[in-house]
Design a protein around this ligand. Sequence first.
Ligand code: HEC
Length: 162
Amino acid sequence: MKPLMTRKRWITVTLGVVLCAGWQVHAESNRVTFPDLAPLVHYTTVKRGNVTEHMLTTQKAIEAAKGGQPIPNGTPFVLVDYRDGKVHRYFVMEKGPAWGADYEARRRTGDWQFQWFWPDKSINMKENTERCQTCHQSQRDSEFLYTFEQLRDFRASAARAP
Ligand code: HEC
């Protein structure tokens, strides 16, 4: 049994190295640029422990969701991730004309692309945004958004509630 154990451990280590290397290789910039946050509307908040997430998008996207229309191309969605009251990172997803064609069908999320930005707006080059897409693919029926319902139900009078 002993040689088998050793072999198993060797395989685990090798796999780990290969996976990490793959992760680095796939780190990427893409078409998503850091958006101008000033005109965006804060439409909902998610709180979990010491994490507070503010979700922002354009007024036009809110109107589209309410009217049952597709979210227009050029729309950014921003998740501002605050830890203990300070910005820890920004998650951005943005839709553009035929942007889905940049990716193989397996990882595609319609025409949405994803990016992770640090507070200085630089890209986290250690992130493989395929991970974002794989998870958000489950939201295919709601524009790949998890907070689509909150978007549709948003009323300006409730804006920026703590
Ligand atoms: C394991 C699943 C998962 C992964 C991976 C993931 N997300 Fe999300 N994302 C969520 C969930 C769930 C929400 C809803 C908010 C919440 O519950 O925290 C969300 C919300 C968002 C939102 C706000 C709009 C919306 O869909 O509601 C953006 C923008 C976003 N994610 C971008 C990203 C980016 C960029 C990445 C990769 C760097 C990423 N996400 C990775 C699950 C995921």
